[in-house]
Write a protein that binds this ligand. Sequence first.
Ligand code: NDP
Length: 248
Amino acid sequence: MKILSGKTAVVTGGSRGIGRGISLRLAAMGAVVYVNYVSRPEAALETQKLIEDAGGMARIVGFDIADAGQVEAAFKQIIAEAGSIDILVNNAGITRDGLIARMKESDWDAVLATNLKGAFLCAKAVSKTMMKKRWGRIVNITSVVGFSGNAGQVNYAAAKAGLVGLAKSMAREYASRNITVNCVAPGYIRTEMTETLAGDVQERLKSEIPLGSLGEVEDIAGAVAYLVSEDGRYMTGQVLHVNGGMYM
Ligand code: NDP
């Protein structure tokens, strides 16, 4: 039997990039994976197909994690269908980069709403079902820049640092219910988010990474797999840094 057989996982932004890698990995471990997207259903369908072609189980669920009403309705529907939710990966995220002097308030608000409030809303939405089962795993995908800072990303870095405080506080609230809450902090990973960076920026980034290359989505999926498995059961309120050594 696969180690996550009988478990249900929700991966926000599971339709592409790092979220797709995580969805594929959790499905390969036996979980039924609810793949969330907000704007590109075709990417979610492709992820579902990849999972099913590999013998796994996936459902697609479109909702905006920054919208409290949509989150509540979506999680209610998933719990009604699946019976419970055992694993939540708060992965969905966006960037609206710019130096602070020129950053629009709307760019600050959009990034905080998706990257931080979205995780809060989703974590809150699974807390009751996990408490009832006395088992749960929540993983927030933060970022190296939440620790190191990054010029041009005050909104993104603030949201990503906030995810750590959210995880640590929730970890303390729910430890007695056998619910662990941790973070994975990727460095630069090859996805659409980083492919849009100019070639010279990518080259500069590589030169700052001791292991010499950008990471792959599987590197992050592996860290999540560890945290949600029994091997990770004694870890809570922690951050796993997966960044090729660029931040130590
Ligand atoms: P991508 O841009 O490739 O994918 C983002 C995903 O999030 C998509 O599935 C997108 O759905 C979804 N999404 C965006 N906004 C919302 C929303 N409001 N509600 C629901 N889903 C939403 O990102 P990555 O895979 O690169 O990044 C994934 C996570 O990892 C992010 O949190 C990012 O900050 C973090 N990270 C990434 C790094 C990297 O180098 N790539 C480094 C460090 C952290 P749709 O396609 O439907 O719009």
